[in-house]
Design a protein around this ligand. Structure first.
Ligand SMILES: C[S@@+](CC[C@H](N)C(=O)[O-])C[C@H]1O[C@@H](n2cnc3c(N)ncnc32)[C@H](O)[C@@H]1O
Length: 345
């Protein structure tokens, strides 16, 4: 199909990319001809304005087969070779919002509009694209910076048929945990009592309560996280098989405030600090109960070693341990889950 193309010097392209990105027709591949690049334009582009940046010509670019392409492949012809490694190859879709991994200011300035336009084309239902800046502070929140779209306060995120209410930028949410939510759910039996010590918006708690007739107590220190969970409990009320009790407090005080102290499973998903709460968890665990401890380590041996050392120092052993690598954390560091059937020494 014949289209209007902007003919531009490849070097100059990087200078003007933020100004032309919104007019590029991403359904077509650019034509690269030595040092020139012919950029296919959207039909309604302001040609008079674009003429100031390069010649406008008619061209017949190749149509892209979008089903096979990832966002990175689509933007690649417009990216400097030296910048390619900084273009994200993956991103998170949370409801109608996309979260990009952390990007530097210069990459964002140069390619932000193009990336957002590409994502919008691949996922027409999204309303906003944010960059997440890293996980911060006690609440493990990722600060978000809007790249495209209307600022959004909340979104509804679906996981295994459950709807989660998510206040953006105020709570921890990580779709990469969805498999782990199911793995833990499968370990719980009807009739069990489960304590989700660092529940966040209730990833484990809601998965368990919609599939098992177990009592779930979900605790988080972040009031926004507890507010989201309460809202999600209400939204999923018809699917719940079990009761979830949501508490907003520091997990340290649980032995003092919980009347029932015999939980069959205690989930401790606060990887950088979980070992510091084992003493409290042991006070709340039933005889023969299971601790599911998330922690950061280089390998399985190190993860198990840290848990065993802590338990032994408190007079317990980790029986029938099961260790799973759950997430990448940093170069050569991972989040592991160590599940222990705990026994007194
Ligand atoms: C990794 S996130 C939990 C994610 C959640 N389990 C999920 O599956 O989506 C850790 C949570 O621990 C909470 N937290 C941090 N310190 C805490 C404490 N002392 N007591 C209770 N919750 C705490 C944070 O607010 C955060 O929501």
């Amino acid at each position: 199909m014949t289209k209007k193309c902007l003919v531009i010097n490849a070097e100059y392209l990087y200078k003007v990319l933020p100004n032309i990105a919104e007019y590029i027709d991403l359904l077509y591949e650019p034509i690269i001809n030595n040092h020139l690049i012919l950029v296919p334009l959207e039909d309604n582009s302001p040609l008079e304005k674009l003429k100031a940046l390069g010649n406008i010509t008619s061209c017949t670019p190749r149509k892209r087969y979008l089903k096979k392409l990832k966002a990175r492949d689509i933007v690649k012809p417009y990216v400097k070779n030296s910048d390619l490694t900084h273009i994200p190859s993956s991103y998170e879709i949370i409801g109608d919002v996309i979260l990009l991994p952390p990007l530097s200011n210069s990459i964002l300035r140069l390619y932000g509009v193009l990336l957002a336009k590409t994502l919008k084309m691949l996922h027409p239902r999204i309303k906003a694209v944010y960059v997440r800046m890293g996980t911060e502070g006690e609440y493990r929140i990722r600060e978000l910076r809007l790249v495209w779209g209307e600022p959004k306060q909340y979104t509804l995120y679906r996981e295994h048929g459950i709807t989660f209410y998510v206040l953006l930028g105020k709570v921890y949410v990580n779709p990469s945990l969805s498999t782990e939510h199911v793995r833990i759910t499968e370990l719980v039996n009807d009739g069990d009592r489960v304590l989700d010590m660092f529940a966040g918006i209730g990833g484990f708690s809601l998965n368990i309560a919609t599939r098992k007739k177990a009592l779930v107590v979900a605790v988080d220190i972040n009031p926004w996280a507890t507010a989201c969970l309460l809202r999600s409990i209400y939204m999923n009320r018809r699917r719940l098989k079990a009761e979830i009790i949501a508490l907003n407090c520091d997990a340290k005080i649980l032995p003092l405030i919980l009347k029932h102290k015999s939980f069959n499973h205690i989930i401790m998903n606060l990887p950088h600090k979980s070992l510091g709460f084992i003493r409290e968890a042991l006070e709340l665990l039933s005889e023969n109960g299971y601790l599911h401890i998330y922690l950061i380590a280089r390998d399985m041996e190190e993860a198990l070693g840290k848990v065993e050392e802590k338990l032994t120092s408190l007079g317990y052993i980790c029986n029938n341990s099961n260790i799973v690598k759950v997430l990448d954390y940093a170069p050569y560091k991972y989040v592991f889950r160590v599940t222990c059937n705990v026994k007194a020494l």
